[in-house]
Design a protein around this ligand. Structure first.
Ligand code: PBG
Length: 331
């Protein structure tokens, strides 16, 4: 007598039609957000060497980028500014004429409600030392002095027309400080996206190139330690208590466990950021012929969705939206 397997889990995998039917996870264009780098003082888009296919854009490109995002059906764009001048307090961040605030204005005007305009709310692009906050006399990032600047930044970004503010600085109390400032300014509808579980990561390397970061040293005194998952969950819960509308985990690919835990406990939407290093790894490996580019991109995004992200920030947002529209399978 042959002993037959009692469970044949392969059955549901036997044809492409069955596999499509039983897929637990999928992706739609509206769940993708495109990060965009806008650089002061350039007249044409400049390629970013470490991120093949990604550019720094002049302000003049922003309306066309918005149109491309709308046409692709993605959920939004996340703006980063690359200023020409930096100083100790990051004053370009709170100047309404600063590059990021101008980019928000132009994007919001172009979007006219068809796309969410999101803005990075952090000082690292604007400080001459490259840290996410201002430094105290001891040379360390001064949490509470930074909060005052973040609060002003929130109001300036909201006045410029941002729908969603991406609080990426990892200062304690940043959500509450920005929320209070926005409420006082009557900006009660502005959404706060807290980069709650943001790990100190080597995978931000190419981004530092993209924003021409001046940082020497690291951000380990404020960003999370890769060893800690429980602490990442605590960060998300604290941000929700402070009034975060959305929480984020980042980098996505190295924090899938944290993403799942946050998703299980969060009362608000949970997003993930597939960061520059995750992008660059796949692009460079594919360019070397080591992996199938399309399938690697699709698989990486599906894994992030499967772990619990409802929306994903990814540099492939527009391209992948095109694949989805064409009905292409992701993995
Ligand atoms: C901080 C910020 C960073 C990223 C997004 N917001 C850099 C950092 O914390 O060092 C990284 C994003 C990426 O690597 O794609 N403004």
């Amino acid at each position: 007598m042959t002993a037959f397997p009692t469970r044949r889990l392969r059955r549901l995998r036997s044809t492409p039609a069955l596999r499509r039917l039983v897929a637990e996870t999928d992706l739609t264009a509206r769940r993708l957000v495109l990060p965009v780098f806008v650089k002061e003082g350039i007249t044409a888009a400049q390629p970013i060497a470490t991120m093949p296919g990604v550019h720094q854009h002049p302000l003049e490109d922003v309306p066309a980028l918005v149109e491309a995002a709308v046409a692709a059906g993605i959920g939004g764009i996340m703006l980063f500014g690359v200023p020409s001048h930096r100083d100790a307090t990051g004053s370009g961040a709170t100047d309404p004429a600063g590059i990021l605030n101008r980019a928000i204005e132009v994007a919001a005007r172009a979007a006219v409600g068809r796309l969410t305009v999101q803005a990075d709310l952090c000082l690292d692009e604007f400080t001459d030392h490259g840290h996410c906050g201002v430094l105290g006399a001891d040379g360390a990032v001064d949490n509470d002095a930074t909060l005052e600047i973040y609060a002003r930044m929130a109001v300036v970004q909201a006045r410029a027309g941002a729908d969603i503010l991406g609080l990426s600085g990892m200062m304690d109390g940043q959500v509450a400080a920005c929320r209070a400032a926005l409420d006082t300014d009557g900006r009660t509808d502005v959404v706060l996206l807290a980069y709650s579980a943001k790990y100190a990561s080597a995978f931000y390397g190419p981004f530092r190139d993209a924003v021409e970061s001046t940082l020497t040293g690291d951000r380990r005194a404020y960003q999370l330690d890769a060893a800690n998952a429980r602490e990442g969950v605590q960060e998300a819960l604290a941000d929700i208590d402070e009034g975060a509308d959305i929480v984020m985990v980042k980098p996505a690919g190295t924090s899938l466990d944290v993403l799942t835990r946050v998703r299980d406990l969060s009362s608000v939407p949970v997003w993930a950021y597939q960061v520059s290093g995750e992008y660059a790894l796949i692009e460079h490996a594919a360019a070397s012929g080591l992996i199938d580019r399309g399938r690697a991109i699709g698989e990486s995004l599906l894994a992030i969705r499967r772990a619990g992200a409802e929306v994903i920030l990814t540099y492939w947002a527009i391209e992948v939206a095109g694949w989805l529209r064409a009905g292409r399978d992701l993995a």
